[in-house]
Design a binder for this molecule. Sequence first.
Ligand SMILES: [Fe+2]
Length: 264
Amino acid sequence: MNVAAGLARDGAGAGHQCSTAMDRSLHERIAALDTELLRETFADQGAFLFLDTFLAPDITARLVDAVRRVDGEVNRNYLPGHKQGGSVSRHTIDRLAPVIAELYRSPALIRWLEALCGDRLMACPDTDPHAYALYFYTKPGDHIGWHYDTSYYNGRRYTLLLGVVDESSCKLEYRLHTREPGIPVVEAAVQLPPGALVFFDGDKLHHRITPLGANERRVSLTFEYVTDPSMGRFQRFVSNMKDAIAYFGFRQVFRQWHGKRTRT
Ligand SMILES: [Fe+2]
């Protein structure tokens, strides 16, 4: 469903009613942006956008505080040749840093993202540990290799990355148009300072994070939005295994499903 036309009329929504201070802050920030120009940039770049300043400093400060709150709950992973780093799932975030869930569900933010991509966006189901998550790069060599954020859902999956802590030399390296025949691939790299934003269609952007150097630290926040929250059984299995092994551990990923079964 194309929603760009309706949203372009009022950006994040001139008649938008802000429900929280967080939503109000985002609404004001978004109102100052040229959303129509950013929508064109997003489309021209094959469904990718980078803004080096997006979040207001007060929101970034709240995210830095959220990182401090979950610091003791980081799940470390090591997949030789592909990934090394730490992750905190939405389940831990809900318990210790609910401000992140509030940001994830901000109507002003979601409406603006819809205006950029032209799709109606939905939150991921409560069982998805990746709906919102923090990635920690804290040991030398922490990185993630080239990949797509593949959608296992029955629709598209969009990724929003927000910079929270960046005392590092890490770069997000990316390749645009890799799956668009006839369009030359464009390679580039950006750093993600606190408050920066990256938004892309997970199945279109080939990307990686380069290895952390000595005495460096980096934390980024990821949000996942979908156009259809349903998922086939096999895709659910593959997605859960990937999240358990590469990100959050089996306890975090399967606890929700076990809890669901025992409640019903
Ligand atoms: Fe990714």
